[in-house]
Write a protein of this length. Structure first.
Length: 141
């Protein structure tokens, strides 16, 4: 899962440079950057890898398909109304994927934070039970 995200991010970063439209390029670069950050975070926290299944199985290949379609349409030079509509829809889809990856990244961190908050609370309780804290729950000097 980690390798899939890392590889996807690297490939997408290279493809982003091919986009002439600044907005589309920015979304592609954002997705690529977030994919790399997600890969690094999950590599450091392998217990979270199971949460990437849907992304690896659906979002990565679909995003790659959208990017390829966008770049192909952009390179075609088509300027008709339908071409403008489709490129606009593709730009919007890429923006949504970028936002979705940002949310995935946040959720992974939140899940880890929840686990840490529980660990901290258990530690406080055990320290208090063992008489190693002051009345306010602070550690004794």
């Amino acid at each position: 899962m980690v390798d899939a995200f890392r590889d996807f991010g690297q490939v997408l970063a290279g493809r982003a440079s091919q986009a002439a439209d600044e907005s589309a390029r920015g979304s592609m670069e954002g997705i690529a950057r977030r994919a790399g950050l997600i890969a690094s975070y999950v590599e450091a926290h392998p217990e979270l890898a199971g949460q990437l299944g849907r992304a690896v199985g659906y979002y990565l290949p679909q995003t790659a398909k959208l990017v390829a379609s966008y770049l192909e349409l952009e390179r075609s030079g088509a300027e008709g109304e339908r071409a403008r509509e489709v490129t606009g829809e593709l730009r919007e889809a890429l923006r949504m994927v970028d936002d979705g990856f940002a949310r995935l990244q946040e959720e992974l961190i939140e899940d880890q934070s929840i686990d840490l908050a529980g660990d901290i609370q258990v530690m406080r309780t055990m320290l208090a039970q063992d008489g190693l804290t002051k009345d306010a729950g602070e550690l004794r000097p």
